[in-house]
Design a protein around this ligand. Sequence first.
Ligand SMILES: Nc1ncnc2c1ncn2[C@@H]1O[C@H](COP(=O)(O)OP(=O)(O)OP(=O)(O)O)[C@@H](O)[C@H]1O
Ligand SMILES: [Mg+2]
Length: 259
Amino acid sequence: MVVNGKKLNIGYGDHTVVRDMDINIKAGKITSIIGPNGSGKSTVLKALTRLLPYKQGSVFIDGRSLKDYSSKELARNIGVLPQMHSAPPDFRVKELVGYGRMPYQKWYQKNNSEDDKIVDWAMRSTGVWELREKSIHECSGGESQRVWIATVLTQQPEILFLDEPTTYLDIAHQLEMMQLVKKLNKENGIGVVMVLHDLSQALEISDWIVVIKDGKKYDEGKPEDVITPKMMKEVYDVDCDIIHIAGREKPLIAYKEIC
Ligand SMILES: Nc1ncnc2c1ncn2[C@@H]1O[C@H](COP(=O)(O)OP(=O)(O)OP(=O)(O)O)[C@@H](O)[C@H]1O
Ligand SMILES: [Mg+2]
């Protein structure tokens, strides 16, 4: 499943924040969107997933306009984890995760055994199985982040859109999340588009990186071609070296020492 955004102008009210954005998401790949705070990453993600209407341009999914998809059909094809999300009160974890199955059901249906199997799988793969009887409001920030990923996974999407999926996670859980993303991509063939702030993780996991600066595409390409000292200076105003280490496939980013 491919997603093609063309000449997109996107914004809020009269204010256009993203201009002239061409963005192409390749099937079955991991694409990361990077850029400074406020540069427009979430805005682009929202427009590609119909959470926000774009002002000009077009978005096509597998050659069909995003506007022509019914909500359920869209939810069976793409799963979205927005940057901000809140759960309705008094939901238990397993109930919330179970709601991810709604795009596959008629309004009068409840989860059947096939749905239950998928819900169990999603809770186990994201490590929230132990939390399943807890209220979502009793979960920590990191736990609730994983519960949301589980919910999105039960939609069995072909593409996952994740806006900063590692927010609130400690380093072990960040790495676990990245491993989960990689596994879903490799073993289940799910395409992933995610906004990441950790550029070392983006470098390591992505097949393709799109860099956004001030609402415009600054560059895109393979991680090693895009993440360079020049880009880091021009986009983030940060000095760094890219260091290659024997025995390690991907290079590391070494930021200038903090004085
Ligand atoms: N709901 C909104 N209403 C009005 N302006 C908004 C809204 N959401 C974002 N903006 C503005 O749009 C611009 C781009 O915001 P966006 O959320 O896309 O940035 P971002 O790159 O995702 O940043 P961050 O890394 O902080 O999440 C910013 O100037 C922001 O203030
Ligand atoms: Mg954002």
